[in-house]
Design a protein around this ligand. Structure first.
Ligand code: AMP
Length: 389
């Protein structure tokens, strides 16, 4: 998800710049001013409550703003991202936005402030008054809107300056130049944004080979915990020896061992576009750990795939694999295969169900040939991350 707030005094050109951005980055546009005008036009209760304040150029109460924004976000939670125009307009609204983003498992990537002088702002609004048909585009109301802006809205900048995601653009330049500057800011942001994917699926569903192929295709770091543990054993490290003895006694490797390995991998990988996790998270506890771990790096899970293959086909595939070099320890007998599949049902399926409530989970049919499934997933990734390639 890419979430941007456009900031600036009335007449700065937020609406104009939005038109380009929503198209190019496939964002859902939320202008609180437009939403309020819609409520007004349909004479809803909220609209009626806001009517007089808007007419005077004052700021509508935060309670009303929360209601209209929440409604819009909720009905469009599958959007590629949001572009906010005219929100947050108060310091309180900046906190509200933080809360709304948490609900979406996301965050505001940047507040882009289009800076124009007061005289220019008034000049543009008076110009706009001739064609906009907006009753609040008249001299008295404009003055009040600018007063509100200075007193209540400008402090919002400090919120984002402190947070470190405030970026200013010179709004006195020609429209195309402002667009160019904003476009550059957003592409820079995108190039730094981590694209984290989790691959779910029963053993044998192809999640490993698909994950590896996707990692290569999109320059992502492939994080397969099983392979990482094996690597430690091979290296003969202290942790490796511990893992070996746990394996031998048939015990699960505890999170205390797995998590630092993942963290080390994240710390050591440079210039990656994101991570693709396979075999982790495997339990509900691990799903919370992963959220926390990514949060530490100011990131989050962006996309989840669940590869579905029916049980008989899975058994057939795993049995076939047991006769190859790629054999996993649990492939060696039907009994072991069934036990491993059962473990997935018991522990990992609840994790997927949990994610379905909060994340964008795409269920993919893993039965077709490898190349076909890879193509389907690639399309999904590119759809969700337009311009992220
Ligand atoms: P705009 O179209 O953004 O210029 O907004 C027009 C009017 O709607 C403003 O002058 C305010 O009265 C009201 N409004 C829009 N957004 C907000 C907001 N986030 N908080 C409070 N009032 C708002």
């Amino acid at each position: 998800m890419l979430n941007i707030a456009l900031f600036g005094p009335p007449g700065a050109g937020k609406g104009t710049q939005s038109e380009f951005l929503i198209k190019k980055y496939n964002l859902f546009y939320i202008s609180t001013g437009d939403l309020l005008r819609k409520e007004l036009a349909s004479e809803t209760k909220l609209g009626m409550q806001a009517k007089d304040i808007i007419a005077k150029g004052g700021l509508v109460s935060d309670e009303i703003i929360v209601q209209i924004i929440e409604k819009t976000i909720k009905t469009n939670s599958d959007a590629n991202g949001f572009l906010f125009d005219g929100f947050p307009r108060t310091y309180i609204q900046a906190y509200i936005l933080e809360g709304l983003m948490i609900k979406l498992n996301s965050s505001l990537d940047a507040l882009i402030s289009i800076e124009v002088s007061e005289e220019e702002s008034v000049k543009r609004l008076l110009n706009r008054a001739e064609t906009s048909g907006r009753s609040d585009d008249n001299e008295t109301v404009i003055k009040n809107r600018l007063k509100e802006y200075k007193e209540k809205t400008l402090p919002v900048l400090n919120f984002y300056k402190e947070k470190g995601n405030f970026i200013a653009v010179n709004g006195m330049q020609p429209i195309e130049k402002v667009t160019e500057d904003i476009d550059k800011i957003i592409s820079d942001l995108l190039s730094k944004k981590l694209l984290n994917i989790v691959m779910f699926g029963h053993p044998g569903s192809g999640r490993g080979s698909l994950g590896k192929a996707l990692a290569e295709k999109y320059n992502l770091e492939f994080v397969a915990t099983g392979a990482m543990l094996d690597e430690e054993i091979k290296k003969g490290s202290k942790i490796g020896k511990k893992i070996q003895s746990l394996y031998e006694s048939g015990q699960l490797v505890p999170d205390e061992i797995v998590i630092p390995l993942i963290e080390k991998k994240i710390k050591n990988s440079e210039d990656v576009r994101g991570y693709i996790f396979k075999g982790f998270p495997r339990t509900l506890v691990q799903s919370y750990i992963l959220d926390g771990l990514l949060k530490k790096y100011d990131s989050y899970i962006a996309k989840i795939f669940e590869i579905k293959v029916d049980t008989l086909e899975l058994i057939r595939r795993l049995d076939k694999r047991s006769k190859t070099d790629a054999a996993m320890p649990y492939d060696s007998s039907t009994e072991k295969i069934v036990k491993r599949l059962q473990e997935h049902e018991d522990k990992t399926v609840p994790v997927i169900e949990k994610y379905k409530e909060t994340h964008d989970v795409s269920v993919i049919d893993g039965t077709p040939p490898f190349g076909k499934v890879l193509e389907t997933i690639s399309k999904e990734i590119e759809k969700s991350f337009k311009n992220l390639k």
